[in-house]
Design a protein around this ligand. Sequence first.
Ligand SMILES: *Cc1c(COP(=O)(O)O)cnc(C)c1O
Length: 375
Amino acid sequence: MAAELGFTGSCPVPDRYAPPPGDESAAIAAVLAGGMLSGGAPVVADYEAALAARFGAAHAIAVNSGSSALHAVLHVLGARPGTEVIVPATAPLPTAFPILTTGATPVIADVAEDGLALDPEDLARKLTSRTVAAISLPLWGYPAAVTPAAQVLAGAGIPVVEDAAQAHGTRISGRPAGTLGIAGCFSTHDRKLLPTGEGGFILTDDDILAEKTENYTRLGHLTGRQHGVNYKLAAPLAAIGLRRLPQLDTQIATRTRNARVILSALPPGGPLAELALADGDTPNYYCLVLRSSLAASPAITAALARRGLAPDTLRWNYQGLHRRLMFARWASPCPHADTLIGTTFQIPVHPGLDAAALRCITQAIQAAVSKETRP
Ligand SMILES: *Cc1c(COP(=O)(O)O)cnc(C)c1O
């Protein structure tokens, strides 16, 4: 079957996408000419204003990484030794490390059966008087539904922090990811949709949280009245972000188009379908995520891996947080997360794919789901 499709080798899929060079050089040159390269330069405030406007948040605070964004927000929300932070079992290590940085205990909760949102029942079991925050994770740019886990958390008065590091431009129930909880934390690392090399930012509508986070990430403005860290984003990186931000929507449109090409070639009712989406949910297509049954997964995994399209479990050794060695002491069974991780396939749809690469991916997926294909 694969031979009939005229394709047997690996897909020439570029691993990384870099936006086409724009006028970043001019922007950086302007920063250099201004003589201020630090996070105190005016371009950083301009970048923050543009971020707040783009995502519809009252405040945006630029920081030097997504990890810093998570750490600062959790710290400001009171995460300390003796407190607990809820984190979904689907969390990759960079989502969970900032909890450890605060000294708080990570409490690993299962996701709901149908997706990436926290499971309300497991959540209810795991909330304690020590819980200071819960992390919601729209992984792969796919919406993590807000209800009913949000209702459980709201009822208990626990703030939700979104790790939207992969979810720039994703819409959840019609609202931008990163604006549904008390704060949204983003990364602008080179692999993310708004790349500045390294970097991150925080969105919040909460004036007090914004002020405290701003203070904490800027050394308490050296007043000597409070402790702070230096998580400022350097001016040249803010200049890059400011130039690239307007391209985000075009990039998402291209990713969406590529995803539709692949999805339209999937046999209806076949063993692979897109990860379930609710009304008002729009992924940013950080990648296209397909899902199979547990029974079909091993054969599809093997077939895709042979063609250079290995899922994250093979490619990055992605596994549930509760299965990571260093999180073993905080582990509990998370069967929904195990199933989700074992049955999802991450397919590149970035704008760096040309028509041939897209055709190759489509054919590889068709071959993988065809009954003719056996390892
Ligand atoms: C990239 C990423 C982070 C960390 O961001 P950095 O900028 O690399 O520190 C956190 N969480 C998720 C889900 C990520 O993808």
